[in-house]
Every structure is written in C-alpha cells, then in structure tokens.
Design a protein around this ligand. Structure first.
Ligand SMILES: [Zn+2]
Length: 352
C-alpha cells in the first residue's frame, strides 16, 4: 500500500512541475504579453491599477427585477458568462449593441471563475479590436460577483485576472467603461444568451495544449491529491484477499493514518493484527500451524478471529457496550470507530 502511494506521488509531482512551467508561460490570445511570467505581485500590478479607469456596479436583484432597461446604458452593451460541465469549461460573450456572438472552449481544467474572467477579457479585447474611442459608453454585464471583486481588488494573484485588468485599463483610456453585475438565471435576455454561448464553449472541444488558460496554484496540488485518493480507494475496493481487513476498514484515510502513526509499536502490532486478521488470535495461529486449537479462548464455541472478537463473542458484550455503545456489532460498524477506541476495547478483552 505504501509503495503504491509513494509511486503515485512521484509521478504526480513531476507533472505538477511541468504544469507550473506551462502555467507560467501559458498565454493564449496574446492578451497582456508583457506579463507572460506573471507569478504574484510586482510593480506592474501597481501600474495597471493606477491606469485603470472603470466603474464597477453591483445593483441589487430587486433593482434588476424592477427595470432591467434602466440599468443598461445607451451605447455599447455586452453580456459575458462562463460555464463548466463534465466535458469542459467555456466562455461566452453576447453583444447586444453591436450584435455579436462569441463562444470559447477553455479545456477541461479551467475553473468557472477563470472562465468568467476570461469572458470579460475576451469581450474587452473585442472592444479594443473594434477601435472604440471618443469616450464611448461601454457596458459589460456579468453574473459573477467574484470576478467583479477580483477585477477591482488591489491584490492580483491570477494571470487571467491581470490580463483582464490590463485590457480594461487600455479600453478605459479612451472610453467610459462600466462593469455591471446582472443576476444569473433571472430572465435577463442578454445574460441568458451569454449563458447559452458559454455552454456551447464548454461542450465544444478545445484544440491546443492544455491547460487552456493556466491553472490556479491550488489546482495541481488539489487534483493530484484527489486522484491519488481515488486510486487508493479504487484499489482497496477492487482488490482481492484481505477478507477481514476489507470488512473492517473503509479504505485509505488521512485521519486513521494519523492516529496509527502516533501509537507505540505494541499498539500498532495489536491494531494491524486485528484489522488484517494476521495477529496473535487462535484462528490465524492455527492456520499457520502454530496452534492446534482455533477456538476462542473466551467462549470456546467459535473460531477466534478478529470479527468474532470485535463483533460477536458473547463473553465480551459488556466491554463492547462500554467502548462501542452496543453489545453486538456488524463488521461494517467497526469502520466508523476511531482507532484508539478499537485499541482500548481489544486491551480490555485481555486477549492481547
Ligand atoms: Zn468468543
């Protein structure tokens, strides 16, 4: 089991490093080329924020419900949205004035938040490409408040956010830019249309090397942890042999591991013996030819194995009651009991 875990981690760490390299150079669309090696805060971020001229508005849901038209200014109006489904992540941009429909597949690894910010970024790039100037009123509506907060925050930690802020700063030089929150799934037509485009993006196949728009620092670590955990669990549930252990142990778990390694050698020997069925109980000693009698030293009626002692032996009903709260147990009940309680019960039977 240990060898299995170690091997997986070695493999994953190498991946993690190469992912980080990709991440620090990953820069799709050429937005903000000057920050290709972005990783944290630099003077650049300060400069971006000084140049950033835009209004961020988060009107209440009631205001939107009362009169959505009042919130949509004259001039240029856009809606953006991000979407994540099992197949992948996508971003959508819907121009109301001008009428534009854009949809971007963003691969399997991007988060919804990244997709939301990417959608705003792509929308701003579209505005820059169209060469708007003369202090045009440009309004971009998103249903993601976290994205709006990130874009006006003095602390920028994600590349996709810095790229978006850079483009917004450029657009705000010659235009009046407003970012407005719109409640999602509330029947605001532009928002619904952006949602459809984002969903289209998430179900379309992304062409190119993953990750499409870089990864948050937490991603590789979190996903390799999950993957390793799932693999261990799968291996545990599918494997053959260790009949008693599979009945008594739910699977690999951090909490159980921590309590085990904190025990002394003698206690670890008792616990592993009990859970694997390979301890100093008569059934096992009989199987390996060390004891002619396999019967329970306490009741003398059944084979003395872990499940008999932990769950069924009638002579230790009182001990079971005291430690587990029930006179008899099913093997699956033991899965939920903390290691130290199992140990205290085992000691109380005086079999160990
Ligand atoms: Zn017994």
């Amino acid at each position: 089991m240990n060898i299995f875990i170690t091997a997986d981690y070695t493999f994953s760490y190498a991946d993690y490093r190469s992912w980080r390299q990709v991440r620090s150079h990953g820069n799709r669309n050429g937005i903000g080329d000057n920050v290709a090696n972005w990783s944290g805060e630099t003077e650049e971020a300060v400069e971006v924020l000084i140049n950033l001229r835009m209004d961020v508005e988060i009107p209440s849901r009631e205001v939107w419900n009362r009169d959505p038209d009042a919130l949509v200014s004259h001039g240029i109006v856009w809606y953006t949205d991000g979407s994540k489904i099992l197949e992948g992540t996508g971003a959508g941009v819907r121009g109301v004035r001008p009428r534009v429909e854009l949809s971007f597949p963003l691969g399997k690894h991007a988060s919804v938040f990244q997709a939301e910010v990417f959608a705003i970024s792509a929308c701003v790039s579209e505005n820059l490409k169209r060469g708007y100037s003369n202090m045009q009123h440009i309004q971009i509506c998103t249903d993601n408040q976290a994205a709006l907060h990130a874009l006006k925050s003095p602390r920028i930690t994600l590349q996709v956010v810095l790229e978006c802020t850079n483009s917004l700063a450029a657009l705000g030089q010659r235009n009046k830019v407003r970012l407005v929150w719109v409640p999602g799934h509330s029947g605001v037509a532009g928002n619904e249309e952006a949602d459809v485009l984002a969903r289209k993006g998430s179900s379309d196949t992304f062409t190119g090397p993953e990750p499409a728009i870089g990864l948050p620092y937490s991603y590789p670590h979190g996903s390799t942890d999950n993957w390793t955990r799932e693999k261990c669990q799968e291996d545990w549930s599918r494997g053959i042999g260790l009949r008693q252990a599979r009945l008594l142990i739910k699977g690999p778990g951090a909490a159980a591991t921590r309590s085990l390694v904190n025990l002394n050698r003698a206690s670890i020997a008792i616990i592993t013996g009990l859970f694997t069925g390979h301890g100093r109980l008569n059934k096992h000693l009989n199987t390996i030819g060390r004891n002619p009698d396999s019967r329970c030293r306490l009741c003398g009626t059944s084979d003395e194995d872990s499940i008999h002692v932990l769950c069924h032996c009638p002579r230790v009903i009182v001990n079971r009651h005291r430690h587990f709260g029930a006179g008899y147990l099913a093997p699956e009940d033991i899965r939920e009991v903390p290691v130290d309680k199992v140990l205290a019960f085992a000691r109380s039977t005086r079999l160990f």
